[in-house]
Design a protein around this ligand. Structure first.
Ligand code: HEC
Ligand code: HEC
Ligand code: HEC
Ligand code: HEC
Ligand code: HEC
Length: 486
């Protein structure tokens, strides 16, 4: 009798679980009813109030539109590096995985089901606009605590562009302020949203997890949350939605910007994307856009140059110079340095020791004519591995990091270089450079070679082959070190 009851209980439990759409896993439970766009965790409150493309918002919000135009958010879907990787992902796993990617790179395109394959052909302005006005200002909440990892991940936000009324759909836009009378000019209603004054607004997209194994491939939000800037209430917005001088003040003094100091730049480190966008704008004869993205290129380089600092210290053994210690400090990035796609981005130290008459005694981290890095380079980034524990780069294969070597906010890493000083030398000149680029040359070439057919690089960007990726020197310092300790 007892066993019959147990059996009945088990049957009921199983039926109950199936009914709520739970995929039972010992670690990551996925509620398929809750997340209809899985592997994206985005949710959409569908009504007759649909999405509005940015050009329409721009008619009344000119300044925000101008600032957002040409930003990495505006380029998030058209980005050829993204489209190359997406194309590879769909070939490897199938169309389903593209929902995960697009939930962040073009959220409207995925919930409306408009995007059927990689590429740009035939898509509406709203889908092409990537992370546009009406994505952020339609976010009405998040499901960060119900996700499979119980953390923000893979677009875990709720989009509510408007509500149904007896007269049809009414648009509601959420923003940071208590609305005045007539806010929205009859086009939209306004709602005050404290979420827009929190980093949680950004978290849904800035915590990228493996589509199935829920490994955090990009963890910018959690790096920030567990660091000194979060503790001092300096948010993503306070560094990325402001001009360079304001960012320096937020980072150095932990003071929040004034209301009037916020701008829609979303400027980070990706100068390569602005470089490509400038090529495309020039090819299309759009001088205004070319100038716009050129300015954003400069801003990204300025942020990178402000992010870090270097310190050279000699190490003596038995009073003879034996090693050079270089301390690499993350002084102004609100998260680890580098962050996000750490298994693709490259930040490394180049060290050169020369004699007083200019002869190179030792070098590390040099780049050859083809853009390849020397074997002995000290990189600060990570290596991905697949579930076979072998090296991998693609985000549908990488389920863990075999090496994770980034620098925490306000933290540092020390690197030691052994030096064997010739007896006849009194001193040596040491120069250290912290250098950055978006990807390894070969990786960039492979991704750009994989772009969908309708994004031919020559037609759109006017480039026949992938140029050598520009490298930014974030910091350069040098010191003369005595051979014998004084
Ligand atoms: C949770 C949101 C999210 C998901 C899901 C996501 N991405 Fe991204 N992706 C981002 C963010 C944020 C960045 C920017 C990171 C940075 O700048 O370092 C990014 C950057 C990239 C880049 C680098 C672009 C460049 O110009 O350097 C590529 C390529 C890319 N994603 C491809 C994909 C593919 C393919 C998928 C699906 C398999 C995917 N992403 C899923 C948020 C997401
Ligand atoms: C990535 C998310 C995001 C995108 C994309 C975005 N906004 Fe915003 N917007 C915000 C946040 C966050 C604030 C609040 C900034 C602050 O703290 O004052 C804001 C503030 C605003 C405000 C209030 C006034 C101001 O400038 O602070 C307006 C109006 C606005 N946005 C319109 C737009 C328009 C128009 C677009 C598209 C051209 C756009 N936004 C794109 C996140 C976004
Ligand atoms: C017909 C003109 C018009 C259009 C089109 C328009 N808005 Fe507005 N919006 C306004 C006015 C007027 C206000 C009042 C405050 C101001 O002037 O910034 C406002 C306020 C806002 C605010 C601030 C809300 C707050 O209280 O913090 C946001 C956010 C916003 N709009 C987003 C958008 C977005 C996103 C779009 C496109 C989907 C859009 N608007 C389209 C006229 C418009
Ligand atoms: C104290 C200022 C500060 C805060 C706060 C901050 N950032 Fe950054 N962020 C930077 C700087 C400086 C860089 C450029 C150096 C780098 O790449 O880390 C950067 C770079 C980035 C990049 C580009 C990374 C790459 O290498 O491609 C992304 C994406 C980003 N931040 C997102 C965020 C998000 C999301 C938050 C909030 C969770 C945030 N940031 C908070 C200063 C800040
Ligand atoms: C709907 C998803 C989404 C939201 C919400 C979002 N982002 Fe992003 N963000 C992205 C994607 C996708 C990219 C990268 C696009 C690419 O590289 O192709 C990106 C890129 C960026 C970059 C540029 C990084 C670089 O390498 O230069 C910054 C800075 C940034 N986001 C800041 C923010 C901030 C601040 C917020 C919150 C106010 C926010 N984002 C909200 C999806 C989002």
């Amino acid at each position: 009798m007892k066993s019959a009851i147990t059996l009945l209980a088990v049957l009921l439990l199983t039926a109950g679980a199936a009914g709520t759409g739970y995929c039972q896993s010992k670690v990551f439970d996925v509620d398929r009813d809750m997340y209809p766009y899985y592997p994206s965790l985005i949710k959409w409150n569908k009504s007759h109030a649909g999405f509005t493309p940015p050009e329409v918002c721009g008619e009344c919000h000119e300044q925000q539109y101008e600032e957002w135009t040409g930003s990495v958010h505006a380029l998030a879907f058209k980005d050829p590096v993204y489209q190359g990787e997406l194309n590879k992902a769909v070939k490897a796993i199938g169309h389903d995985i593209s929902r995960q990617c697009e939930g962040c790179h073009s959220a409207a395109g995925v919930v409306t089901g408009e995007i059927k394959k990689p590429g740009l052909a035939g898509l509406s302005p709203m889908a092409l606009a990537g992370v546009s006005c009406d994505i952020c200002h339609s976010i009405s909440g998040t499901t960060h605590w119900q996700t499979p990892s119980h953390e923000p991940e893979n677009g875990s936000m709720i989009l509510t562009p408007g509500v149904e009324t007896t007269e049809g759909g009414v648009l509601i836009k959420r923003g940071p302020f208590a609305p005045d009378e007539g806010c929205g000019d009859g086009f939209h209603q306004c709602e005050e949203s404290s979420l827009h004054l929190r980093a949680e607004l950004c978290a849904s997209c800035h915590q990228v997890y493996h589509y199935d194994a829920h490994f955090p491939l990009e963890a910018t939000y959690l790096e920030w949350k567990h660091g000194p800037y979060a503790q001092n209430e300096i948010l993503c917005q306070d560094c990325h939605m402001v001009a360079t001088e304001t960012f320096l003040r937020s980072a150095d003094t932990f003071t929040k910007p004034e209301k009037s100091e916020y701008h829609h730049y979303f400027n980070g480190a990706n100068y390569l994307l602005y470089f490509l966008a400038e090529q495309a704008a020039n090819k299309a004869g759009d001088k205004a856009l070319a100038a716009n993205v050129q300015q954003k290129y400069g801003m990204a380089v300025d942020r990178l140059k402000a992010a870090a600092d270097l310190e050279i210290t000699p190490v003596y053994r038995e009073n003879r110079l034996a090693e050079v210690k270089v301390r690499v400090k993350n002084i102004r990035a609100g998260h680890n340095l580098p962050t996000s796609l750490t298994n693709v981005r490259q930040m490394w130290l180049e060290l050169t020791a020369t004699t007083p008459d200019g002869k190179v005694l030792f070098s590390s981290g040099t780049v050859d004519e083809t853009g390849r890095l020397a074997e002995n380079t000290r990189l600060f980034n990570s290596d991905g591995m697949g579930d076979d524990f072998h090296f991998a780069i693609d985000p549908w294969i990488v389920t863990a990091f075999s090496r994770h070597d980034t620098i925490p906010p306000r933290g540092y890493k020390d690197v030691y270089y052994g030096i064997s000083m010739p007896d006849n030398l009194d001193s040596v000149k040491v120069e250290a450079r912290l250098r950055y680029r978006q990807a390894d040359q070969a990786v960039a070439e492979a991704l750009l070679a994989a772009v969908p057919e309708d994004m031919d690089l020559e037609t759109v960007y006017g480039i026949k082959e992938v140029p050598q990726l520009p490298i930014v020197d974030m910091v350069v310092v040098s010191a003369d070190l005595a051979a014998v300790k004084k």
